[in-house]
Design a protein around this ligand. Structure first.
Ligand SMILES: [Zn+2]
Ligand SMILES: [Zn+2]
Length: 215
């Protein structure tokens, strides 16, 4: 919960401070703070959907060396376990797949399933453990993770745009720097954070295009 709370504070504190400043001082048309609030709500909704959706955790087995009986019941499929039980080889229709044994969960992992060392469980189509949200990103919450990155990116762009507009407007009116100090700080943070997010989002879209995961 600590990483999530920290992320929420880092995200919400500057955004809400900016929105309040814009609303109180009426520096920009009220449509712009409303847009910031809308994007913020969308980012929060995708963040909570990502955090509270099961990423694809496999229940730990109570029996040793478990595998999916469904898979082995398919006609023409054979299986062979290595003498040290470290791998289960499933072969059939000219293909062979090795399933690694997870000593923590006591089961043979399905393909693209990886054991998360932080959470201590196996996750289907595991992408990574997100330290900012404190959860694994896997088969079922990856889409929400991408939605969170995308909406956060849009929010950072909107925040940056509003900050630039206020700074330019106030500078033209001859106001001192103190009058738009908040916008300078929040705008600089949005620029740095937004650039990093943009890179991360582009990387994940490239992985999606190639059918890969971070691992
Ligand atoms: Zn495991
Ligand atoms: Zn994890």
């Amino acid at each position: 919960m600590v990483p999530l709370l920290l992320t929420l504070v880092l995200l919400e504190a500057p955004t809400l401070a900016l929105v309040c400043q814009l609303l109180v001082r009426q520096l920009l048309p009220s449509l712009l703070p409303a847009l910031l609030i809308l994007l913020d709500l969308l980012a929060l909704a995708s963040l909570f959907a990502c955090v509270y959706t099961d990423p694809g955790v496999l229940p730990q087995s109570v029996n040793n060396y478990e595998w999916s009986e469904e898979l082995l019941e398919l006609p023409g499929v054979n299986h062979q376990v290595r003498p040290d039980h470290s791998y289960l080889c499933v072969s059939g229709w000219g293909l062979g797949v090795m399933h690694k044994y997870c000593v923590e969960c006591h089961l043979y992992r399905p393909l693209r399933t990886i054991h998360c060392r932080v959470c201590n469980h196996c996750v289907e189509r595991y992408d990574h453990h997100c330290p900012w949200l404190g959860v694994c990103i896997g088969k079922y919450n990856y889409r929400y993770f991408l939605a969170f990155l995308a909406t956060l990116n849009l929010l950072m762009l909107a925040v940056l745009g509003c900050c630039i507009a206020v700074v330019v407007m106030q500078a033209q009116q001859g106001s001192g720097v103190l009058a738009y100090l908040l916008e300078i700080i929040v705008g600089a943070a949005a620029l740095g954070f937004g650039a990093a997010l943009m890179k991360l989002l582009a990387y994940h879209f490239e992985l999606l295009r190639s059918g890969l995961t971070t691992n």
